[in-house]
Design a protein around this ligand. Structure first.
Ligand SMILES: Nc1ncnc2c1ncn2[C@@H]1O[C@H](COP(=O)(O)OP(=O)(O)OP(=O)(O)O)[C@@H](O)[C@H]1O
Length: 327
């Protein structure tokens, strides 16, 4: 897929961004709505692993439905015309928004709101038996009214089916560094890193190489969050620290994080977690490994609301540089 490529029915506009695997363009869909159109890069299509990850992202994004997961409208998982049409977020990803803020810090209520929304999306995924594997600000999108949605289901898998372990070094749990399988607790750890980052203005673990970062995650303990930001409500600070526990069994669940964050916002923790997975309806011949038929979600789609690096890598990729910026 080159920048000049077309997807039938879509009018392509400017490039919104480029990740390790995709080019994302603003586009008008056949219904006349503005969408973010994700197109795999040629090297993604050429490498089986990467192509399968893109296909996985298309399928799962269209399959899952939750107010705090970025919504997919239509897509083709494999082949030269592979694409995924998503809700367009004019402000870009959360890391891009943070980079524009003085001191990279959000007002407390905005940070709590974003974190509560992400915890809600994670609670939903975990209840479906899925693990996200790449929770980080680069994969969170926020609307103008401050509501957040978690994106990038390329590495997501169902625990019952098993999946390839992956993660992003700044956000990766100790057990993942040690070569163990990921679990919902590893997502909670990544969420803990994000809690620290958003509520203190800095990531809890630093390093200039993969090995330094690994040592930091495996051996260092973070200072209490209230020492870094005394405004953080204590129940949230306490759970953020527990989310960074070295042992997965010592971490809270995503739902406990969600409840604490909603409580801090003065809202009922009983806010609905939409936990139904709607079936995907195929609109043409079967979509196989090389199929070209677009997939659409079963439910009628509402109009899309206009509402630092990218460090994602397969584990074990020793030559991979966690600090390389591709976008
Ligand atoms: N829904 C969206 N709305 C607005 N901008 C988007 C959207 N999705 C992606 N972008 C932009 O495109 C960039 C690349 O997207 P993304 O990170 O999803 O690519 P990727 O290749 O799948 O990532 P990875 O590096 O994890 O493989 C983002 O950083 C962001 O700037």
């Amino acid at each position: 897929m080159s920048e000049a490529s077309t997807i039938p029915g879509y009018t392509l506009h400017r490039v919104l961004g480029r990740g390790n695997t995709s080019l994302v363009r603003l586009a008008t869909n056949p219904q006349g709505q503005l969408v973010a159109l994700k197109l795999p890069l040629p090297e993604t299509l050429a490498a089986q692993d990467a192509a399968e990850r893109f296909g996985n992202e298309v399928r799962l994004t269209l399959q899952f439905r939750h107010p705090h997961l970025v919504r997919g409208f239509e897509g083709t998982p494999f082949g030269p015309n592979a694409f995924l049409a998503l809700t367009y977020y004019p402000q870009g990803a959360l890391n891009e928004q943070l980079a524009r803020l003085p001191g990279r810090s959000l007002p407390l209520d905005s940070a709590l709101r974003i974190l509560a929304d992400v915890a809600s999306a994670l609670t939903y995924l975990h209840r479906q038996g899925a693990v996200h594997q790449d929770v980080k600000p680069q994969n969170v999108y926020v609307t103008e009214d401050g509501r957040a949605a978690l994106a990038d289901l390329g590495n997501t898998y169902f625990v019952a089916q098993g999946g390839k372990t992956s993660g992003s070094p700044f956000y990766m749990a100790p057990e993942v560094y040690q070569g163990e399988a990921t679990s919902s607790a590893s997502d909670v750890y990544s969420m803990g890193v994000m809690l620290y980052e958003l509520l203190s203005g800095d990531r809890p673990f630093h390093g200039t190489t993969y090995e330094e970062l690994m040592m930091a995650h495996l051996t260092r303990f973070v200072p209490p969050l209230v020492h870094l930001n005394p405004q953080v409500p204590r129940p949230v600070a306490r759970l953020a620290e527990l989310a960074l526990a070295k042992r997965p069994a010592d971490r809270p669940s995503a739902d406990q994080l969600r409840r604490a964050l909603l409580g801090a916002l003065g809202e009922s923790p009983e806010e609905a977690v939409e936990d139904d997975v709607k079936p995907v309806v195929e609109t043409g011949r079967p979509v196989g490994r090389h199929g070209a038929s677009p997939l659409r979600p079963a439910a009628p789609e509402p109009a899309p609301t206009v509402p630092p690096e990218k460090v994602s890598a397969e584990k074990g990729g020793r030559n991979w540089n966690p600090f390389r910026r591709r976008k």
